[in-house]
Design a binder for this molecule. Structure first.
Ligand code: KIV
Length: 264
């Protein structure tokens, strides 16, 4: 099966076949995420190298410290691992506030230095010129509206965003500027529905209710690997953290008892 492209992803707008997206930050995880479900004709449609890596991989309290070099380091591993899903790379803070030429320079590094296919940019109305410039330069862009973690201090915390008029305007601006899809984070379900109805490209919800065209989760949250705060909306599909604790404890106990390696 050839790798998903941004136009194919965009063409799933309004489809009953909703889009499934997960994050990944390293080669083995990306490989597993990309391969899972393929034999049954399923699997995820896109893999996002999110700047959430600042929190779930680097152990920071926000995404603000992630640098372009760091995200490229992770995206390079993910790009090498993925054969099927569309690959998307977050542009870390404060690249989305540079002028369009600065945004293109950063996004071009992502495409030149990794095998990933597109970038994601937080913002809406204020970022429309940059989105337009990226698309004109041939770089597919996923927008991101609602709770924008890079603006956590301005928003006063990781809070549900309720200003429907502003949020719809942000999404419409991003879509009209050429974004091929839009992440909608942490809004009430009726706002998620209003945004989805207002734009002609797929909306990918995270804590945005059931009406979006797809859903995204942070892979560490859904696998039970996150050791810090996990948002309430993140459904846990496995408890790998517990399994790691059990396995490491068993190894240490075996070594102390002289039961590993065998034959001692
Ligand atoms: O950084 C990230 O992982 C994201 C997703 C939560 C959408 O932006």
């Amino acid at each position: 099966m050839p790798q998903m492209t941004a136009p194919q992803f965009a063409a799933r707008k309004g489809s009953r076949d909703k889009l499934a997206v997960l994050t990944a930050y390293d080669y083995p995880t990306a490989r597993l995420v990309d391969q899972a479900g393929r034999e049954e004709g399923g699997g995820v449609d896109a893999i996002l190298v999110g700047d959430s890596l600042g929190m779930v991989v680097q152990g920071r309290t926000s995404t603000l410290g992630v640098t372009l070099d760091e995200i490229i380091y992770h995206a390079e591993m993910v790009g090498r691992a993925v054969e099927h899903a569309l690959t998307v790379v977050d542009l870390p803070f404060p690249i989305n506030h540079r002028d369009p030429a600065g945004v293109i320079a950063a996004a071009a590094r992502v495409l030149k230095e990794t095998r990933c296919q597109s970038v994601k940019l937080e913002g809406g109305v204020a970022q429309a010129d940059s989105i337009d410039a990226l698309v004109t330069a041939g770089i597919p862009v996923m927008g991101h509206v609602g709770l924008r973690p890079q603006s956590v201090h301005q928003l006063g915390g990781y809070k549900v965003q309720r200003d429907q008029e502003r949020l719809v305007a942000d999404a419409v601006s991003a879509a009209q500027a050429g974004a091929y899809a839009i992440v909608v984070e942490c809004v009430p379900p009726d706002v998620g529905r209003a945004i989805t109805e207002a734009v002609a490209v797929p909306t990918i919800g995270i804590g945005a209710g059931p009406h979006c065209d797809g859903q995204v989760l942070v892979v560490n949250d859904m696998l039970g690997l996150t050791t810090g705060y996990v948002p309430k909306f993140a459904r846990q599909y496995a408890a790998l953290g517990d399994e790691v604790r059990r396995a490491v404890g068993a190894f240490a106990a075996d070594v102390r008892r002289g039961e590993f390696p065998p034959g001692g």
